[in-house]
Design a protein around this ligand. Structure first.
Ligand code: NAG
Length: 997
């Protein structure tokens, strides 16, 4: 996703017509209209105009986006997948990042965290289907949009059928395609779909949609052995690249302004998705391959907690239900778990955290929005009639069925089953907060009914949306209508248990076909009833707390939202074939997370996570739950008044003492020896290229773009050797590094000054005074240390923005036009594209002396270093490097996410710091820009049962020096957990680096 999308979304109505000149073609249809379609290569994954089928079973694919490269701990994938599955989703969509797999052309590696197999294996174990999105372009707020750095100097326009680009991606597609093909559902794996390209939707003149490229890329995937359907995600429903098997689109309707999280767009619940779907691809699934699940935040932004508000539970209700109103049967939320832009993953628009304000936080905790989503996902999972429904009144939903023009109500009819209907109600203007009273007049099997029939009115409370069902089957119970929403239902021991909810204190009415007399069997709520025609009983209640109503063989759980959040329908197995059983056979109330339930010999074994002592209510077949265990511990059970099981689980959260970083022994060394007179840069790369294919026309005698020399990430150092004319009074230089970058300049050992950066400027021209002009004929060196914030993305085809240089755009000596630089030298990470650390990958290290030497790695002997702490800092401009180590002893059976935290320094604000945990760079902090101050480090990068090496680089950008204001470790949560044991990711120790300079 990209902020450019906002612009494009605004333009989309005009553009959709202007740019789409490509009718549907190449689609293999087995029958003209309603038939099941296949790509002809396999039959495990098929589709029709309503939905996908997996092995012939029609299903809602409710998916969340997770990027394996943003969670470099393979043994944590299962935890994330289980959380997604427990929420009621059944699929995960993931990008593959070409740039880290093939950092040097032809040299492809899946070593270390780059191995995809653990991701495939964990998905299969959790019962999650996968949608692979290997690009080659991914965007993804990732450096160069996922392209390898060497793309910046490769001729030809990328994302077109240009031969050099096709040559560039061929090796990668072969390698990644083979991995995906081996893990397809056709071979027993979890992969059901593969996406070609990514938001191939915007072109800059003279480029336009390149059908040749589209065709070649799709074929390239098929040639690797991939047989499952090929999809693509248009950036909006614009009809681009419809020659894939199952086209779909993206939408981020609430934008990315996290700093105004309660300000919503007024036109944010568009119905145009349906007309676009009808226009471009009416015979296939209405598939939304990316829908807003959060928002990214940039340097200087307002922080991810605000993004989680912008896209919180209210957002989920209004916007996801709007998608449901458009019969969307493939819905992928970007992101469901964001992870971390550790190392050099980020493009300049984002910082280290990629939390995204998602349902699952960066450190794998569950936000409120997770529980709201659970209600929606589980409802869809038990509502097969939805899958063959069609909206009937798109464009005329305003005021429909309510007579209230402040409300839109979309009528979705199951046009195959011809019985059930869904009425999706939401504000016509999503930016407003008003309370709307309404009555619904709905056609039902007993004729038109105006709800509520028992008296009173319904209400939509501000930013809210509801799905009212009509003639809905819950087991053998027919719900003739319900204004309260259905969270889930199941038939348990012959009883239909229906979980109904509304906001606290709301009036609701549910009518079922029944001749029995209803009674409140639990809770303090009261009911009013009315017999309607046709043997239908209307029951009116308010949703407050929890009340259980029995009507014959049906149990209605009447809940407010907070209570509804606590319910977990669980299916007894998690194998792929039963991934989405129509009903959970067990419903459990309680617990922070319920991962699984199994029953063996009358014992119901539950596993999950708790953050407090919990009393469960368990609705399970009697024979299956004679005894109950939770995480292996036997619970005392008793029976509730209405026959369900209650069981209390006391938690113990062991204390863990985190080391006090300020009292540890720290060692310090200078990491800028480059400015000392004795330093030799002989081993550095000579920057001597005279020409470049880069679209940024060079103005310097030799090309000074670091990428030309194979340096694509982290800090870059430049050295200019010159002979003075004696009249130089200043050095003027324009450096480009991406938003929030900075640079510092030295003449020999003398600090000249810095551009300390701001959140906006991607380049800056500074003039740095030379106090005393050097002597005529004397030799000198200018040293420039610059930050590289990642490459730009390449969202608009033909813009070539990802090739935007990182380096020196222009320079001159003020007072002396005749001064020539004899030699330019450059270095970034040791080895450049032939990077040293194959485990931590090509983006973990930059060009700081400390990094080139491997000082950030465990096992380096710093005995000869002087004592010194990053909170003491340095008193002049330069770079210091600090190391310490500590032990952790976190017991098993808990999930205690740990982060390191800094605080903002206002006394000497201009500094940059990078933080390394066991050699992995897990934080980049720019004190004067922010906003991130808390940097989570996953277990597995942190060794929870043993030694850890922690290192900090501190780059003081002002002559007064800098220090960290504070630095500490903190626990972000304490959770008793049944997560699988976490294996530490390999963290190879330091060894003497050959040729390090
Ligand atoms: C894929 O389809 C084939 C043929 O219907 C079937 O035998 C096989 O079990 C399916 N594979 C999986 C993993 O579901």
């Amino acid at each position: 996703m990209n902020f450019l999308l906002i612009l494009y979304s605004l333009l989309h109505l005009t553009l959709a017509h202007g740019l789409s000149r490509h009718p549907l073609r190449n689609r293999r249809q087995l029958s003209a209209t309603d038939g099941i379609q296949s790509n002809g290569l396999q039959n495990n994954v098929t589709w029709d105009k309503y939905s996908y089928f997996v092995n012939g079973k029609r299903l809602m694919l409710f998916s969340g986006e997770v990027h394996p490269y943003r969670l470099p701990v393979a043994s944590l994938y299962l935890d994330v997948f289980q959380k997604i599955k427990a929420m009621g989703m059944n699929a995960v969509s993931f990008y593959v990042f070409w740039g880290i797999l093939e950092p040097k052309k032809g040299d492809i590696s899946f070593e270390g965290f780059r191995d995809l197999q653990p991701f495939f294996d964990a998905a299969k174990k959790a019962g999650i289907y996968l949608i692979a999105r290997p690009g080659p372009y991914i965007n993804a707020e990732t450096t160069a949009g996922g392209f390898p750095g060497w793309g910046t100097y490769t001729p030809g326009i990328w994302r077109t059928s240009n031969a050099s680009y096709i040559d560039a991606y061929t090796g990668y597609i072969k390698a990644v395609g083979a991995k995906i093909a081996a893990n397809e559902i056709t071979k027993g794996g979890p992969v059901i779909l593969v996406q070609s390209e990514n938001e191939y939707s915007g072109w800059q003149a003279p480029y336009s949609e390149d059908y040749e490229y589209e065709k070649k890329l799709k074929q390239a995937f098929i040639d690797t052995g991939i047989t499952v359907p090929i999809t693509t995600n248009d950036a909006w429903p614009g009809g681009h690249y419809t020659s894939v098997d199952v086209y779909g689109y993206d939408s981020y309707p609430n934008g990315f302004d996290c700093s105004h999280p309660t300000t919503w767009k007024s036109d944010a619940v568009p119905e145009s998705f349906w007309s676009a779907h009808q226009q471009y691809t009416p015979n296939i699934v209405n598939a939304v391959y990316e829908f807003q699940g959060g928002a990214f935040d940039g340097w200087g932004g307002s922080g991810y907690d605000t993004c989680a508000v912008l896209t919180g539970p209210e957002f989920e209700r209004v916007f996801y239900k709007n998608e449901i109103a458009m019969s969307t049967t493939f819905l992928n939320l970007y992101m469901i778990f964001g992870g971390t832009n550790w190392g050099g993953i980020a493009h300049p628009g984002v910082y280290t955290s990629y939390d995204y304000g998602s349902a699952i936080t960066e450190d794998r905790r569950l936000r409120d929005k997770y529980y709201e989503l659970k209600l929606i996902a589980n409802f869809l999972a038990v509502s097969p009639a939805y899958l063959t429904s069609r909206p009937q009144n798109v464009g005329s939903s305003q005021g429909a069925f309510t007579g209230n023009s402040a409300l839109k109500t979309t009528q979705l009819l199951d046009v195959v089953g011809n019985k059930t209907a869904f009425y999706v109600i939401r504000p016509a203007d999503a930016s407003l907060n008003a309370v709307q009273q309404y009555k619904l007049t709905l056609p039902t099997s007993i004729g038109n009914v105006t709800i509520p029939t028992v008296g009173g009115t319904l209400a939509l409370n501000g930013k809210d949306s509801k799905i009212h069902v009509v003639d809905y089957a819950a087991g053998s119970t027919t719900v003739v209508y319900s204004s309260a929403e259905i969270a889930t239902w199941a038939t348990i021991d012959g009883k239909d248990v229906i979980i109904l909810y509304g906001s606290a204190g709301e009036l609701h009415e549910t009518a079922i076909k029944s001749s029995s007399t209803p009674s409140v069997v639990s809770g303090s709520g009261t009911i009013k009833t009315k017999s309607l025609s046709g043997g239908v009983l209307a029951i009116q209640y308010t949703t407050t707390g929890q009340t259980v109503v029995q009507v014959g063989n049906t149990l209605l759980y009447v809940l407010d939202r907070a209570n509804a959040y606590q319910f977990w329908p669980v299916t007894p197995t998690s194998s792929l074939n039963t991934i989405h059983a129509d009903t959970g056979s067990v419903i459990v109330k309680g617990g922070y997370l319920l991962r699984s339930a199994s029953t063996i010999s009358g014992t119901l074994a539950l596993t999950g996570d708790l953050n407090s002592t919990t009393t469960f209510e368990i609705i399970a077949p009697t024979a299956a739950a004679q005894k109950v265990t939770f995480n292996g511990e036997s619970l005392d059970v008793s029976k509730s008044s209405h026959g369900t099981i209650t069981a209390k689980k006391t938690i113990t959260l062991p204390d863990v003492k985190l080391p006090d970083l300020s009292s540890l022994t720290w060692k310090k060394a200078d990491s800028l020896p480059e400015i000392s007179p004795s330093y030799s840069d002989a081993a550095w790369t000579t920057a001597n290229r005279a020409s470049t294919v880069n679209p940024t026309t060079p103005t310097t005698p030799v090309i000074l773009y670091a990428g030309e020399y194979g340096y694509h990430t982290g800090n870059i150092l430049w050295r200019a050797h010159f002979t003075a004319t004696g009249t130089e009074t200043a050095f003027k230089v324009k450096v480009m590094g991406g938003s929030a970058f900075g640079y510092s300049v030295w003449l020999d050992s003398t600090f000249l000054g810095s551009w300390e950066g701001d959140s906006v400027r991607q380049d800056y021209e500074g003039t740095f005074k030379i106090a005393t002009s050097p002597k005529k004929g004397s030799s000198h060196v200018i040293t420039i240390l610059q930050d590289h914030m990642g490459y730009e993305e390449d969202w608009i085809v033909g813009s070539e923005t990802f090739k935007g240089p990182r380096g020196i755009i222009s320079y001159s000596f003020v007072g002396s036009t005749g001064t020539k630089v004899d030699t330019w030298k450059v270095t970034g990470n040791l080895g450049g594209e032939s990077y040293v650390d194959k485990t931590r990958g090509p983006l973990n290290e930059g060009g700081l002396f400390a990094e080139r030497q491997g000082w950030h790695l465990p096992g380096f002997d710093d005995a000869s270093w002087v004592p010194g702490k990053p909170t003491e800092g340095i008193s002049s401009a330069g770079v210091a490097f600090y190391r310490t180590s500590f032990k952790l002893d976190v017991p098993s059976g808990v999930d205690y996410p740990i982060a390191f935290a800094v605080s903002n320094s206002t006394t000497n604000p201009h500094y940059r710091a990078q933080f390394y945990v066991n050699g992995y760079q897990f934080g980049k902090y720019v004190n004067s820009i922010g906003p991130q101050k808390v940097f989570p480090v996953p277990q597995g990068i942190l060794n929870y049962q043993g030694d850890n090496t922690f290192a900090v680089s501190l780059w003081a950008e002002k002559a007064t020096g800098a220090k960290l204001n504070s630095l500490k470790l903190q626990l972000n949560a304490k959770i008793e957990s049944s997560m699988a044991k976490v294996a530490s990711q390999p963290a190879p120790a330091w060894s003497q680096r050959k040729g390090a300079y």
